[in-house]
Design a protein. Sequence first.
Lengths: 364, 405
Amino acid sequence: MNSIKLGNFEAIAIIVTITITHSILTLPKSIMVPVDSAALLNLIYVSILALFLSIIIYKLLNNFPGLDIIDISEFLGGKILQRIVGLLFLIYVLFVSSVLLRTFAHCLKIVYYPMTDLIFILAIFAVSIPISCTLSSETIFKANLIIIPVVLLGIVFLFIANTKYFNFENIYPLFGNGINATFIKGASNIFAFGGITVLYLLPPILKDKMQFKKVSILSTVLSSIYFILTIATILFMFSSVSFTNELMPLYSSVRYIEFGTFFQRLDSVFLLTWILAFFCYLGISFRFCTSIYKKITNIKSNKIISYPLTLLVLGLSLLPKDESITSFLEGTVYRYIFLIFSIGISLLILVLAYLKKKAKTIKE
Amino acid sequence: MKKFLHSILITFILIVNLYAFSASYTYDNIDNLAYVVAIGIDTSKSNNLKISFQFTDTSAYSNDSSSGSKGTIINTVEAQSLESSVNILNSYIGKNVNLAHCKVIVFSEEIAKAGLSNYIYSLINNSQIRPTSNIVISKCEAKYYLENSISESEKLITKYYDVFPNSSDYTGYISYVTLGDFFNQITDKTRSPVAILGGVNAKTSDINSGSEDASSILASKSTVVGERGTENLGLAVFKEDKLVGELTALESLCHSIIDNEANTFLISIANPRNSENTIDLSASEYKKTSINVDVSNGSPYINIDVYLNAEIMSIDTNTDYLDEAYLNEVATSANNFLASQISKYLYKTSTDFKSCINDFDKYASIHFLTNNDWENYDWVSSYEDAFFNVNVYTSVNSSMLLTES
């Protein structure tokens, strides 16, 4: 992985892909339900927090040019800490990927493949993981760079095409379930910006290390704009009880698009672009997974490890007995895992490593 | 060797996928599907549902079809739910019934009075049914409504169902109510839905009575005499999910004006210079209706300003239609007429129906900061005591092609 070098746009596209993949599933519901009509206000607030977070991550990582969090943890606590942190990242990616895979496959089954066993839909996506791992990294990142603009334009189109159904007054009462729910408890909605976690792993693979700041800020801003459009579409279209009931609120809003009697049923086009984005997401996630695994175990090739990892993610995605468990994992467990791991532990490691480095410099 | 293994792996994956997805392909294969174009839901004597499915009869459009063919097939099933009726029908017709092209869902008045929420939730839950399907409340049996849904001017039933709700754009006598809208309204505690009011034409009209204007006509009670069976005029009003009343064509127009749904519409007003005659105006809204809700005094005070442009359609002799004074008199007459009709309509919704069908709650909620404050205000009860102030500002431009008579 470290042999490949990412351009700015490719790096930004990776972070945005992760945001998009979450948003097409139940994430908008998880964001909106606790804050209700204040969802848009909360999202603007959370976007500002996410921007601050990405700047803090950049500032801390900037002290260790060309190193990712795995290398930095080695500097902080030696090989043991490096392996623990690497393993935590692996578990994090496997958990998120398997939950998303399960939810996405379930939605596809409901909409298009009612007679197909879920395991086969899961397998179709799972097969793409070792295939993408055998391809060169550039192939995946460049393919992603083609698909992501299409998905982003799709969401702009979705917003414009549904304007006639909008009730802009749905943003009232302005503070929804209260100021506390919107700004204090609502701050946990920062978990929507799951792509930020990738920032910890980006520095060694960036073509131009000096552009890391630009990448962090631009990717967060782009993810924020994407999220604001997504949440605004859902909030303006549906009453609060309706969006609570929807399995995939974004998909439900796509079903309304009509231009007269000629141009109807665009949901299949949107689903196709989302499926492609999901393939890219899996390819990217497991590219990082194999790279982390290679780093913590010193194996020569990262291709071979993709097969057991694929089987692992397939097995994990089959574990939940029903969709209530998946929904709980995606909406609640993922929220806290992101807050504890991506913000808490990772930032703590960076801060401690920075202090260690500073202490070392003073000593010298 | 490596290449050989790869080929075997790819072949294996292809075979597995062919096996796995062929069932879904067969299930959704166009040859195996029977597309429903409309659903009618009635109650049966045995407390079950009587669900009618309307299909297009493709043979009716072929060259050798008999001229008497109606072009549609209606099958009725008695079952406990929509899903079980589809299941029974699947085995009866030997094809997989698909609801993806269902354009109209008709509920009988009887079933609507008992409450529609269960049916609406089930319909929205169905991935095949589009949220853009129209909802019609039939004053007769839903099955009877479907049987009579034949347009004289449009032989294709699917085309007819696509087109008829659009008359809301140029008459305002119905609203373009979809399943998605209806679902949104019934899930919101403070709002109530409306639906298109449908019925079967009585085919007789007492044209001598002279009292039949837009203020009294509605489906099944119109002055139209023709061969066409069904007619859609007026709106069915709900409180939560239960049918509580009907709006006549003129009241429906008032509803459409407030919601900015009608692009153009026709109104008949008293001639300011000859009280025995009426003048027909073609009106359109040049600016969106402005609505303000004041909640500071307990009961909501709702101020509505309507802005219209109008042209005179029906003209009489010896009148100069470019005379500004006359145009102003016509405008004043139109303002008074519409303000009084809209007020009457609004008080009917608040005092008779106790149902907020124009979503005034969204303008009231602006004054509250949190959901708790808004819920404590209890909009549903407050709306019953609402005061309305309606101002109509009409600008009458001229007549159409003639300027003087």
